[in-house]
Structure formats: structure tokens, C-alpha cells
Design a protein around this ligand. Sequence first.
Ligand code: AMP
Ligand code: ZN
Length: 463
Amino acid sequence: MSTPLSLYDNYTRSLRPFAPLHPQSEVGVYTCGPTVYDYQHVGNHRTFLFEDLLKRVLVWNGHAVRHVMNITDVGHLTSDADTGEDKMEKGARRTGKTAWEIAALYTDAFLADFLLLNIDRPTVLCKATDHIAEQIAFIADIEKNGFAYRTSDGVYFDTSRQPGYGHLARLDVKGLEAGRRVDLGDKRHPTDFALWKFSAPGEHRQMEWDSPWGRGFPGWHIECSAMAQKYLGDLFDIHCGGEDHIPVHHTNEIAQTEARCGTRLANFWLHGYFLLQNDAKMAKSAGEFLRLQALIDRGYDPLAYRYLCLTAHYRSQLNFTWDALDAAATGLERMRAGVYAIRDAAAADADPAACARFTAEINDDLNLPRALAVAWEVLRGGLPDAVRRATLLRFDRVFGLRLADWAPRQDAIPPEIQALAESRLAARQAKQWPESDRLRAEIRARGWDIEDGAGGFALKRRG
Ligand code: AMP
Ligand code: ZN
């Protein structure tokens, strides 16, 4: 019997056995995507990598996955408490481009990083600005059900109407109310949040729409409730995001969906913990952050960063250092070289005992660090080459390190070897077979293999 999959659900704060809500159909997964006012940093990518690994583990367990990810291209204000400027409009001013142009630019950059990190594309990638009508309909229902009120600057969600509000984050709503220090404006309670914001009088926003309440734009949280509902239904299997989403964004997504559909949106709530830099959260808003490109510029393979993320459990924070990345790059290189060394082994089945141990680790709430240890045991262990290779390539369906594709960089070919090879080509073309064989032997004796192709040759260093 293989170990069944258990996942840590933050809603119930417990490790729960995973069972799909609809066993005959796909597992529904919604993950909060990027706010595209700037490049993503490697901290964001840690969360996207965790979500990619979750999907691969679901597939390993025989599930088909329908993954929906949003692109936040409007409505995310510089403060999570509904104040400040829209990040997109601010980004537009910073770059001198339009808000629409920067949304397209940073969405493309984000997807290019996905390819480099070997992250599988979501089944549905949906933009907030393409779903304004759905968001308006969602807000209208929330209002109809008595959970919304209007103020001078927008439509707000009345959190006091919901006894269970804040359960995900275990918010002390009464304590927040008693200790309110912030200026609430027209908001009735500190935890209330914007569903729709009006464009300020006299302000011309680049992104604004008409609505039953007035011209303006949606609050940040409504896009996820509306798009998740549209693409996955009222209640689906798993919702993910970074740990920063627990107290505000996900808490409010749940509140909205509960108010409209009576469900808590997802059966499991999983969160990726932060990547830190100098022991503080890596954040776009902090100005200084590390892009994947910065790692590439320093000569790292992007998959070394993927390997680094495999070495830490997703529910613990990880401090980024160049030393840690070096160690990950070395680990990756050794694992690839180990698999490459047995590339010619015959086809075989993966070892069932090793697969069972691997399954036990990944099914224990995605324990990838220990799964990696199982891979190292297989690589260094005494199983036949063919079995070791088949087993490691099977594991790589989860790791995503492209172990099968890798080959050592070709060494520069010394000029005398090149000259010998050219002489041999001439001998072959003149059908001087003994001379051609003699030259091949000489090339081999000097540590190179020569392979003949159509009208030419390829040289490879031996061993
Ligand atoms: P954003 O583009 O800010 O909306 O964030 C995209 C995703 O990255 C969200 O799931 C965030 O929770 C997550 N995230 C943001 N900062 C970090 C970090 N330093 N480490 C890990 N995940 C993060
Ligand atoms: Zn979201």
C-alpha cells in the first residue's frame, strides 16, 4: 500500500488526508498570480514553484488537475488596507508607459520566467481586467444579500455581518475593533474592505469602468472570488498563495464567496512561506529585489534556483544567500552528471521500493527535501544502472529538473584534433578506408570520439 497524500490545510490548521471533491473529474486548484506592475522576484517564484510542485504531486497521485491562476492587472493598492495608489497606475508613472502596456510587459516577463524555471503553465490564466462584468455581478449579489454598504469613495464589505469572518487567519476581530488606531474614513469597521472604489472626482484613471454604483475600479480581492467561481465553481479543492495572503487577501476572498455562495471557496488552503533576503521578506515594494535574470547574469542555471527551493519545506521560510544558491547549483550539477553517466543504460522499470519511499515523502505534505534525499540514495546506491536511471527520471516528473535533457557542455576542441578529424573526412571522401581508420584510432587515443554524419563529423570528449 502506498502512502496516501496528506496536505496541511491552514483553514483547519491541520494535516488532512487529501480526497478530491469530485473523484470523477479534475482536481480544481486556484493560485493567486502576480501583480504585474513590476518584474517578479525570486521570492514570488518560490511560491509559484511550491504551487508547481503541488500540481506535480497531485499528478503523481493519479489526479488530473485544472489549475486557474489570475493576473492582477488592476485594483491592488499600495496598502493592503484599501488606501494608497493603484500599483498599476503608479508603475505606469514610474516607467512612462501606459498601465496597459506595463501589464502586458510584466505578464510576458513573468511567463518567460515560468519557462526558465520549468513551471507548468496553468490551465487557465485569467486577467482581472478581462473579468470586470463578473466582478460587478459578484458585488451586486453580495450587496443583495446584505453584506455591502456604500460610502463616499466606494462600496465596502461589512465584515460585522459575518460571525465567522477572519477564521482562516484566526483574526481577533473584536480586539482589532477595540484597538482601532487607523483613520477608517467612511469605513464602519477596521476589517471592512473595498469591493468597488470610485475614481476620485476630477481624477482620470487609465483603468476605470462604469458600474451600478459609479465609475471606478474593483477592489483587489473580488477578482479572485469572481474568477475562481467562474472557472472552478462555488467550492473547489485547493486554493494557494503566499503566506502574506492569509490575514487580508484570502480572508477577504473567503468572506466574499461565503456571502454570495455560502461556501468557504476551497476545501484546502495551502500557503507558501517567504523567501527572505537578509532575514526580511523579499518584496517588490521594498524597491531592491532579486529577479531571476540577476541569477542568470551571475552565471547560474535557473534550475539551480528550482533545486534550492526543493531543499526547503514550503512551510518554512528560506533565507536567500549566494552560498546557498552555490550549494544548490553544485547539487544539481552532480545529480545531472550522475544521470548523464548512466545515459546508455537499457530501458528498465523504476524500482518499486524506491518509488514507495519517494511517495511516502512527497505525500507527507510535499516533503521535497526528504524526497531529494531518496533520489540521492538511489543515485549512489547499488541498483543496476538501468533501474537507477529509470527511477530518477520518474522522480524528475515531480522535481522538474530536466535531468534527462542535460549533457555536459562540449569542451573546446583542440586545433590538432580538429585537423586530424578534417584529414579523416578527406580520407573518407576519397574512400581511403585504411587511412580513415588509422586517423580515427589516433583521435581516440588522444581522448576524443568522432561520429560521422551527413557530409561531416561531430567530436565528443571521451568518458
Ligand atoms: P504579488 O505579485 O505581490 O501579488 O505576489 C505574487 C505571489 O508571490 C503571491 O502568492 C505572494 O503571496 C507571493 N510572495 C510575495 N512575496 C514573497 C516572498 N518574499 N516569498 C515567497 N512568496 C512571496
Ligand atoms: Zn487572490
